[in-house]
Ligand binder design. Sequence first.
Ligand code: GLA
Length: 385
Amino acid sequence: MSEIDDASGGFAERYGSRAEGVWSAPGRVNLIGEHTDYNDGFVLPFAIDRRTAVALGDRDDRVIRVASTIESDAAEVALDALTPDAVDGWAAYPLGVAWAPGEFGAGLSGVGGVDLAIASTVPIGAGLSSSAAIVCAVALALDEHWRLGFDRPTLAKVGRLAENRAAGAPTGIMDQMAALSGEAEHAVFLDCRRLEADLVPLGFEAAGLSLLVIDTRVAHEHAANGYAERRASCEAGARTLGVESLREVRVDDLPRAQALLDDESFRRVRHVVTENRRVLDTVRALREHGPSAIGPFLDASHASLRDDFEVSVPELDLAVATAQANGAIGARMTGGGFGGAAIALMIDPLVPVVAREVAAAFAEQGYREPTVFTVRPSEGARRDL
Ligand code: GLA
């Protein structure tokens, strides 16, 4: 059973009728470009083969109902009473998406209510953007059903606003753009200032490579605070350096930055500046030499996130070090950090070896058993039925 069947089956069970359509959006892995999106920089995520599906049916009143297989509690709100704070918990994501188009100029006074049923195979809390998968699937469904006519970058902004309000985290635009623009076997090279997405062939399969996700299952309570603090520190750094965003600082400018900033602020800035460079280097290496050539950039990204940006945790460091020690081409934490998952790129036959060694290393440290699985670069949000 796929998430698409689960969403339409769940719809029929919950509401006693057939859904009019099913839309879905994927989770994402960020290959490289971490904590650069909210600094107007570069990112290189790809959509994965785990998706969230939403089945939608029309109603003849102005009520919106949501149910999901993720949580048992359903929610119901009148469209006219919809505010970003109307509900708590997971339902704030889909309902936030129903509210947000109004903030982008859509007139919602004439639209009818809907019933939504959601199902997902994106692991929650693993740093694979399960929340972006929900908001993007719902945004695409409502855009079509309500004939909003938004383009994908605007839908990404609708999704981000819903997430910012629902989760209270001032996240960037990477996750939503990855979920909406991904293609099979490609990464999304995104310039977050221009919001333009360029597809870059990854060629993992042709090169006999697999991308392993190691979910540490560490969910840090302070992730939202830590994220907001890092973002504030980047903004303060940009102000001190007299630029609008850290995107404008080049590697050559770092000595000047070091002279102007305290040690911690300087290291935060250095991470962002060098990470932007690593994204560009990775894109060039992929295009000129293929995926086997990108390992050093992934490794350097992890070191920078660990030492300069300080968003890694011991479990992520151990996952990365163990993958590297067992022959991975490159490895790094992925996503915001403070827990979540690491990724490791390796030749196919190494997958069981690295999986076993990581599990053994975690057991030896007394860490919780990690969840390990491979992912394939996949298609972005779409209508399925
Ligand atoms: C989270 C956010 C993204 C991005 C990453 C860090 O995933 O949702 O916008 O900032 O962290 O790269």
